[in-house]
Design a protein around this ligand. Structure first.
Ligand code: ATP
Ligand code: ATP
Ligand code: MG
Ligand code: MG
Lengths: 168, 161, 161, 168
């Protein structure tokens, strides 16, 4: 299951709707400090079901909704959609006939959340089951966040075990 | 299950022992179970010896050596059980030019297996991707994306919708 | 004593509020006592707003913005009470070119007050010192030093004894 | 009190006696990963009286003695000497007539330590008093170690207070 594209709207600094197409091979992401590169990582993890605001550098989960800037007011909703290409590998049976599978997560200022799979309302559990089935996002070694690579060497032996458990 | 974890541990250890000297241009490293009689509860000790140096506690390694050792382990695990994509956010920041070069060469090999997404400030790393997205904030506080397809004579990639 | 701490706090805060916009090319920041009625026991809260952005929790700042904010605080404290020397080990690692440039300009100013020692991998930072020591390990595991005096038409500096 | 020079012998990767002269203005230190740059910082802090092996990245204090390499055996002693120029500012009275003040620390494999001030045996207390009087090394904001700059922003408000206390 490859990622085809990531659509970000109202999530952190992505006030305007943005689409990023990931292809095969290597995709580079560059830009000055604070321009939004790591926010893309947060958007990906959030859409895959991250439940801890702290892991997204926020105090509360509403911190991921665009808070405004000097020139614009805050938005009322954050939305991220990941679209996967069904390349036949590790696809849960109910989605086997779709050429694409999309997962959308929305958060409103009043705290309500919505999850969609293929544009249809779904529960958080359905999203987790989908990702669990594909192996995407459940392996901690697939995303190395900024500043965290060194921790693997300085961490306790017990913490290192979980990396290997993810691969087992 | 216990057998599966132990088998995975040994496969990862083998691969790690190959990847480390490739990234360090020599030297050796390995993983050790702190309690081999109880693998599922045991911690995982890390031994790492850069080329020409004496084996000492990993805590004494330099900032760049620690980062590269961690990268060797991550890549070792990845090669045993690849994930559909691998996203690395500025892992090359503490590396010198020679180490960045070897890191980049390995990423190019592994990108034949899975999608790799590299966030970087490093000029050398910026030479290896197939496409690059530049993130800008022309309007302060608002992120925008511009994409360039490096394989296709630098044609722009559609990004905004 | 309490008066001295409070006075220092306010002097540092003033200086920090000047240094931050100089390094960030705009924006604003300040320190806040979490318990003003009990300054010696109180924590010190950090508010930082890069130019054009909304004031949010400092935890949401980017890696480079966090580093530059910390540098602004360190430099602010230094300017209130300079130490004979200041040693910075790779603080420029997460900074982009523009931020490195402003950081370097400030170091040049402050080096008129005290000795500055900068450990760096950054090519731009390497242009500002008065002398550079290159550390090498030609014999693996053994550090050697070669020095160059950049002010004096690159004459070598004696290092080994 | 300016630092004139740092002499390192047998400390960490500096197996051979090395002298580094610090002048006024800016001194740059460069080199590949693992070549010994941060070890110079450790040598400076150790000579100024650092008592925690952990703060020098070691498990025990004997970790700072050159442990050997592929081509050489370990050494039996680590020694670092800092030589200061007496520029008149903040010099304790007993050293007011010296144009230079040197502090030497030695550690032997059997665990014994020696401290010297101006080549004369001294106690650790004398070294601490000297540095306390000059303000060198006692201010935590004068040395920012590798990877630690970000902690100032992510640390608890109580920890940040100590930086300001050092300046008070
Ligand atoms: N909810 C939000 N609304 C608006 N802006 C936000 C929000 N959350 C975070 N930001 C902004 O996003 C910026 C951080 O972006 P990000 O971490 O992606 O930067 P980066 O490109 O990775 O930079 P670096 O190269 O320094 O790591 C911060 O300046 C922060 O103020
Ligand atoms: N007691 C010792 N004996 C021999 N070598 C040692 C000793 N202690 C540390 N080292 C070596 O010193 C090296 C680390 O040096 P240092 O941290 O100064 O590197 P660095 O130049 O700062 O690199 P980087 O650019 O990656 O930060 C390690 O490879 C370690 O093995
Ligand atoms: Mg970032
Ligand atoms: Mg270092």
């Amino acid at each position: 299951m490859r990622i085809k594209r990531l659509e970000i709207h109202g999530f952190k600094s992505f006030a305007d709707r943005t689409v990023i197409h990931f292809g095969d091979g290597i995709t580079g992401v560059v830009g000055p400090n604070g321009c939004g590169k790591s926010n893309i990582v947060d958007a990906l993890r959030w859409a895959m079901g991250e439940q801890s605001a702290k892991h997204l550098r926020g105090a509360g989960m509403d911190d991921v909704i665009f808070a405004g800037s000097e020139s614009r007011g805050p938005l009322g909703m954050a939305e991220v959609t990941i679209t996967f290409k069904n390349d036949g590998s590790m696809v849960p049976p109910e989605y086997r006939d779709c050429s694409e599978i999309s997962v959308t997560r929305r958060l409103f200022r009043d705290g309500t959340s919505e999850y969609l799979i293929n544009r249809t309302r779904a529960r958080l559990k359905d999203v987790f089951d989908l990702f669990l089935g594909t192996g995407i996002g459940t392996k901690s070694y697939s995303i190395i966040e900024q500043g965290r690579i060194g921790l693997i060497v300085t961490s306790k032996p017990e913490d290192r075990r979980s990396l290997i458990e993810d691969a087992a | 299950s216990r057998e599966r974890y132990v088998e995975t541990f040994h496969l990862v250890n083998e691969k790690f022992q190959l990847v480390f000297p490739r990234l360090f241009k020599g030297g050796q490293a390995s993983l050790v179970l702190t309690d081999p009689s109880n693998p599922l509860e045991s911690g995982v000790e890390l031994l790492a010896q850069p080329p020409g140096k004496k084996l000492q506690s990993v805590t004494l390694l330099s900032g760049g050596e620690k980062a590269l050792t961690a990268v060797a382990l991550i890549f070792g695990i990845f090669l045993i059980k690849p994930t559909p994509f691998c996203l690395l956010d500025e892992v090359d920041a503490p590396l010198d030019d020679a180490n960045v070069g070897r890191y980049n060469e390995m990423v190019k090999d592994m990108a034949q297996i899975s999608q790799f997404i590299l966030i970087t400030h490093n000029k050398r790393t910026m030479e290896i991707p197939d496409r690059i997205y530049g993130i800008t904030m022309e309007e302060p506080g608002i992120s925008r994306v511009v994409g360039v397809d490096l394989k296709d004579t630098e044609k722009p990639l559609r990004v905004a919708s």
